[in-house]
Unconditional design. Structure first.
Length: 106
């Protein structure tokens, strides 16, 4: 028999309201409270569970490469289609989403 790695991932989440001068100050305040364990998430903050097959390193590399190749292919072809619209380019065209995804990947 082989050994397989299966990941169980639980997500806890809580919205905390604080008075602050700015959003950055609020973030810093809550981060400090969390780090000092003044805020501790527990089972009442449960949001979600995911169970996933863990890929080995080569599978992870293969998956990332495949995703990059697909995005690049679609980007090139959808860019041509998008540019055919000239001045009336649709604001919801898939090319714009692929462009954003490509930038996030890099």
């Amino acid at each position: 028999m082989k050994i397989y790695k299966i990941e169980i991932q639980e997500t806890l989440s809580r919205i905390v309201e604080v008075k602050a001068e700015s959003e950055d100050d609020a973030y810093t305040q809550v981060k400090g409270m969390y780090e000092q364990e003044e805020i501790v998430l527990d089972c009442s903050d449960f949001l979600d569970t995911k169970i996933n097959r863990k890929l080995d390193n080569q599978e992870e590399i293969d998956k990332d490469t495949l995703i990059s190749e697909i995005v690049e292919y679609l980007y090139r072809h959808e860019k041509r289609h998008f540019e055919e619209f000239d001045a009336d380019k649709p604001s919801d065209h898939i090319f714009l989403k692929l462009k954003k995804l490509k930038n996030l990947k890099n």
